[in-house]
Design a protein around this ligand. Sequence first.
Ligand SMILES: NC(=O)c1ccc[n+]([C@@H]2O[C@H](COP(=O)([O-])OP(=O)(O)OC[C@H]3O[C@@H](n4cnc5c(N)ncnc54)[C@H](OP(=O)(O)O)[C@@H]3O)[C@@H](O)[C@H]2O)c1
Length: 326
Amino acid sequence: MSLAVQIARNGGPEEMKLVDVDVGAPGPGEVRIRHHAIGLNFIDVYQRTGLYTLPMPLNLGMEAAGVVEAVGDGVQHLKAGDRVAYASNPPGSYSEVRVMPAAYVCQLPDSIDFETGAAMMLKGLTAQYLLRQAKPVEGLHSGDFVLFHAAAGGVGLIACQWAKALGLRLIATAGSDEKCQLALANGAEVAINYRTENFAERVKDITAGKGVKVVYDSVGKDTWEGSLQCLRAFGLMVSFGNASGPVPPFAPAILAAKSLYVTRQGLFTHLRSREACQSMANDLFAVVGTGQVKVHIAQRFALSEVQAAHRALEARKTTGSSILLP
Ligand SMILES: NC(=O)c1ccc[n+]([C@@H]2O[C@H](COP(=O)([O-])OP(=O)(O)OC[C@H]3O[C@@H](n4cnc5c(N)ncnc54)[C@H](OP(=O)(O)O)[C@@H]3O)[C@@H](O)[C@H]2O)c1
């Protein structure tokens, strides 16, 4: 048995209940993991509210770190006793113990503790593909300007540091002056408080009228139009989230004046095979291992405080990563 956070229907944080669930033995290709720390992500909110629809009842959570207790037939890369971390489907990481597919579970290097592992897999693998794989048609080179929204958040603080390590000139946006300071302290070249300033006008000034090569936009509805204004000719709009609500339908003709490219990216397309996942994880472990990227765990909640954790995330009260402790 294990305690797990479950919803019986979509709704607010109050729908999340701590329930006892059967765990059992891992089947072929599966592992059983005892969690030491669990990552909180905005996708958990979308799954809870029903913006992303999944079958009910639903055990929530996409990210955690812990120790392998048992492996099923055919699992080659893990054994009982291994320290591991993952960002993986299906949801269910908000729990003490779980059985899940082994494919996207990675061994955690000894130098990385469980809390850091749980705080960095989903967000760090996302930063990896955003900065290293989702490239504009003209390529992305040291010295290029990029714009990153919600830069003081979980994905954001990792991206600020990683972009700096790659030599990119990252223009950050964030929802308070304190959050802007945090983005600057983590490698952003400029930070704009988009609740008090017109970020599109600021980006125009900062880039001497040219615009940026890439916009990384996880805010969605509220930033979409301004983001398109920030792009230079042939620039790439990387939409990867909807914290303020989904982007409304748009006419492709609005892209014509600057021949812009738009993509909607998702982590789980990039985690298309065990090899792809491990290669991305190795890249992440390297930048964390060398200290180029530090994972900021700014909020810790007991698993039983999951409702408060979701309320804080949705109210824009968190910075960096948040973890739940079973
Ligand atoms: N597609 C993918 O592969 C993928 C993977 C991981 C994450 N994501 C997306 O990336 C984003 C960041 O994820 P995260 O887990 O690290 O969360 P987070 O950035 O720590 O939290 C979300 C942030 O979005 C900003 N925001 C702007 N408008 C908001 C609104 N109306 N309501 C709530 N927040 C708002 C807030 O920062 P400010 O106060 O600074 O505005 C808030 O702190 C999310 O949109 C998530 O869905 C996508």
